[in-house]
Design a protein around this ligand. Structure first.
Ligand code: HEC
Ligand code: HEC
Ligand code: HEC
Ligand code: HEC
Ligand code: HEC
Length: 236
């Protein structure tokens, strides 16, 4: 309502009631009759704004995006190597996992350019020629306090890489890496869905996700729920 309206209303009221423009009765009737619309509207706008802020903008602000130093094509390379995934990701003799490959594993083929792809050019000129390891960003990287043995899962439990990593092994490009500003951890740990919905086994890998599968499989149960110690199954 405009100031003019208000003034009219007040003067009209003043003729029949007490001549005090600020009497509580006046204010109450004015706001309950005509301000209900705008208040509801403000409420809806405010609600919509906070939903957008909380569900869309905040999660985006919480993560910084980083491009991998070189884009690696898994699909292409799987057609070139002899031993599948193990050509690059293998168990060492002591049972530890090699993880992300080192330059030496690319050397045999990339000491010289294999084609003219700009990503290969970058890889060969900036890393191979200078003997510099590529600082790959590891999506699955857990905090330092976590102990995760691939051997227990891949060799003993015979689990597939896809169960925890999704289809990276068949991909043609490496996706953008997202790091949480506060913790510094990869977004793959908490997952994308802030409502906590998990559609695939690889959507996220929080403490509860490890424990849930361990409980199902009766792994040496260090129950997080019962707090009966045993935290050191997964923590060092
Ligand atoms: C068995 C041989 C072989 C090995 C081992 C190998 N590459 Fe390649 N790589 C190739 C060939 C062949 C191409 C295709 C070149 C073309 O046709 O453009 C290629 C292409 C590439 C490209 C650019 C093409 C693209 O689509 O992304 C990059 C980057 C690359 N390799 C990185 C690596 C890295 C890093 C390693 C080690 C982890 C590696 N390669 C190991 C043979 C190999
Ligand atoms: C020619 C070498 C090569 C082969 C063969 C290969 N990879 Fe990789 N892989 C790489 C390189 C280089 C990276 C580094 C990119 C990165 O940090 O994600 C990588 C990263 C990965 C990662 C991501 C780890 C993380 O969390 O960042 C997974 C999972 C993976 N590979 C699975 C596979 C699977 C499954 C196969 C077989 C289907 C396979 N790879 C075959 C070279 C290879
Ligand atoms: C039970 C879940 C699980 C399975 C199955 C699994 N991984 Fe992993 N992987 C992880 C976790 C968790 C990490 C992070 C470990 C860490 O940060 O200490 C990881 C890390 C990696 C890395 C990066 C390691 C590094 O530090 O350089 C590669 C590469 C990888 N996995 C490839 C594979 C491949 C290939 C397979 C299949 C042969 C596989 N993983 C099976 C959960 C799994
Ligand atoms: C089945 C494996 C597993 C067990 C058992 C386990 N944790 Fe964890 N814990 C993890 C993983 C994975 C993370 C990192 C991901 C996350 O923050 O959820 C983690 C994270 C944590 C963190 C946060 C650390 C950080 O740097 O963010 C604390 C604190 C913690 N665990 C305490 C405990 C305690 C106390 C117990 C025993 C009651 C326990 N955990 C048992 C797997 C486990
Ligand atoms: C999808 C199922 C699954 C997920 C997810 C999983 N694990 Fe496991 N884990 C297993 C199974 C099954 C075993 C038992 C392997 C065996 O001994 O046969 C195991 C064994 C282990 C062991 C060895 C336990 C022992 O007694 O020696 C550790 C440590 C471990 N897991 C840590 C982790 C951590 C940390 C995570 C999360 C980052 C994780 N696991 C996620 C299924 C899973």
């Amino acid at each position: 309502m405009s100031a003019e309206d208000k003034a009219n209303e007040v003067s009209a009221d003043a003729q029949v009631q007490e001549p005090t423009p600020s009497s509580p009765d006046n204010d109450a009737s004015a706001s309950s009759d005509s301000a209900g619309g705008p208040i509801t509207l403000f409420f809806i706008i405010g609600l919509a704004a906070s939903l957008v802020l909380g569900w869309v903008i905040f999660p985006q602000l919480l993560y910084s995006k980083k491009k991998q130093p070189v884009d690696f094509n898994h699909k292409l390379h799987m057609g070139l190597v002899d031993e599948g995934c193990q050509s690059c990701h293998f168990f060492r003799e002591d049972g530890t996992y090699s993880g992300v490959p080192k330059l030496a594993q690319c050397m045999d083929c990339h000491e010289e350019m294999q084609g003219d792809h700009p990503e290969e050019e970058k890889f060969v000129n900036e890393y191979m020629a200078k003997d510099l390891e590529v600082p790959w960003l590891v999506y699955a990287r857990q905090p330092d306090c976590v102990f995760f043995p691939h051997a227990a899962h891949v060799k003993l439990a015979k689990m597939d890489c896809v169960t925890c990593h999704g289809n990276i092994g068949e991909s043609e490009n490496l996706r953008v890496y997202e790091a949480n500003w506060i913790t510094g951890y990869s977004r793959d740990i908490w997952g994308k869905n802030i409502a906590g919905i998990k559609r695939n086994s690889w959507d996220r890998m929080k403490m509860d996700d490890c424990s849930e599968c361990h409980q199902k499989n009766n792994v040496n149960q260090a129950s997080v729920q019962t707090h009966k110690g045993g935290c050191f199954v997964c923590h060092k």
